[in-house]
Design a protein around this ligand. Structure first.
Ligand code: NAD
Ligand code: TYD
Length: 353
């Protein structure tokens, strides 16, 4: 364990993966402090951090800043004493990017640039002896930048073949981060994670939407033929992968972070959720496919495993635990499925053409 005091800026820390990561980091490194910068979009939720605030705010190890990563002033304030920046903040849902790409470019590309600029200033100040040296900027990216992979598994050197506005925006953000490494010597590392599932996931993506719909006896919408494949990973495996990269990764490098390699088509996942929730298969409803739907993602994680990382969850156990979590935490997700969500759901599923 690293006994040095460090201050870490986690953007998007009130979202699904960010909040799991903040909890993981503060528990694992007792000398670390975290600043969360989050705009609290529809996907951001302070309830995800309620236990973190209660435990770590009195110890002055946790601070929350409400703001936009695209706002240079707020970013300068939040980042001021940090040696690490982990950029989780993003618009993160493919279906919403198809509806409205603009906000994805604004946050995932332009917002990343604003963070990189501020980190560059901190690095330069550290080199002038003003403040402590800036150590690392970790850009949290996605396996979706590789696009559809028909066979085998994507490696870090493979070409980017983005096909949705979401993946194109994420690629834009990580390319800019890499440019800051090459051009300004900013200590950047990039991770490309596969599809996550686990506690605190906003109920719009496949697994939390289908678990919560099953628990409410609502239809489970399956796009197209349901034979698409994702490389599913438990969120805590993603957190440990990012921790490994943050502390041991090589500057300027890219690391895939993926699941254990078991492949399941979407329909198998849907059947498993129904079985775990004790609900009938008649809830499955086939709907019109997503435009430009990537058929298969698969990651090679050899490069990260060479640093000693291993995923701890298999999908069957992880899904069981996740269905239990949503069953036992209805007060967390039920309020989320009202208001803005209901409008989104109507556009996305009821009016689907
Ligand atoms: P999420 O949608 O649950 O959370 C995103 C968070 O970012 C929210 O708290 C939101 O309020 C905040 N945010 C959005 N725009 C912001 C802005 N302009 N300024 C400040 N905060 C802003 O997303 P997630 O699933 O937790 O994903 C986190 C990161 O991991 C994203 O960068 C995503 O691209 C990446 N990723 C996600 C997955 C996945 O399966 N969910 C897989 C690989 C990579
Ligand atoms: P999703 O969770 O949206 O993640 P991503 O598109 O980033 O991979 O979708 C995972 C898979 O599940 C994808 O193939 C689309 C499919 N899907 C459905 O069939 N029905 C749904 O209601 C959703 C949200 C996704």
């Amino acid at each position: 364990m690293n006994a040095e005091k460090k201050q870490v800026l986690v953007t998007g820390g009130a979202g699904f993966i960010g909040s799991n990561f903040v909890r993981y980091l503060l528990e694992k490194y007792p000398t670390y402090g975290v600043v969360v910068l989050d705009k609290l979009t529809y996907a951001g939720n302070l309830e995800n951090l309620a236990d973190v605030r209660e435990k770590y705010e009195p110890q002055e190890r946790y601070r929350f800043v409400h703001g936009d990563i695209a706002d240079a002033e707020v970013v300068a304030e939040a980042m001021q004493d940090c040696q690490f920046v982990l950029n989780f903040a993003a618009e993160s849902h493919v279906d919403r990017s198809i509806e409205e790409p603009g906000q994805f470019i604004q946050t995932d590309v332009y917002g990343t640039y604003i963070l990189l600029e501020q980190a560059r200033k901190l690095k330069e100040a550290g080199e002038q002896g003003e403040g402590s040296p800036f150590e690392r900027f970790v850009q949290i990216s996605t396996d979706e930048v590789y696009g559809h992979v028909a066979t085998g598994s994507s490696k870090e050197g493979d070409p980017l073949e983005t096909r949705s506005p979401y993946s194109a925006s994420k690629a834009g953000g990580e390319l800019m981060a890499h440019a800051y490494y090459v051009t300004y010597g900013l200590p950047v590392i990039i991770t490309r994670g596969s599809n996550n599932y686990g506690p605190y996931q906003y109920p719009e993506k496949l697994i939390p939407l289908h678990i919560t719909n099953a628990l409410e006896d609502e239809p489970l919408p399956v796009y197209g033929d349901g034979q698409q494949v994702r490389d599913w990973m438990h969120v805590l495996d993603h957190c440990s992968g990012i921790d490994t990269v943050m502390h041991q990764g090589q500057l300027g490098e890219i690391y895939n972070v993926g699941g254990g390699g078991d492949e399941y088509v979407n329909l198998e996942i849907v059947h498993t959720i129904l079985k775990l929730a004790g609900k009938p298969e008649s809830l499955i409803k086939y709907v019109v496919d997503r435009p430009g739907h990537d058929r298969r993602y698969s990651l090679s994680t050899e490069k990260l495993q060479a640093l000693g990382w291993q995923p701890q969850y298999n999908l069957k156990d992880g899904l069981k635990q996740t269905v239990e979590w949503y069953t036992n935490n209805r007060e967390w997700w039920e309020p989320l499925k009202s208001g803005e969500f209901k409008e989104y759901y109507r556009r996305q599923y009821i009016d689907r053409k």
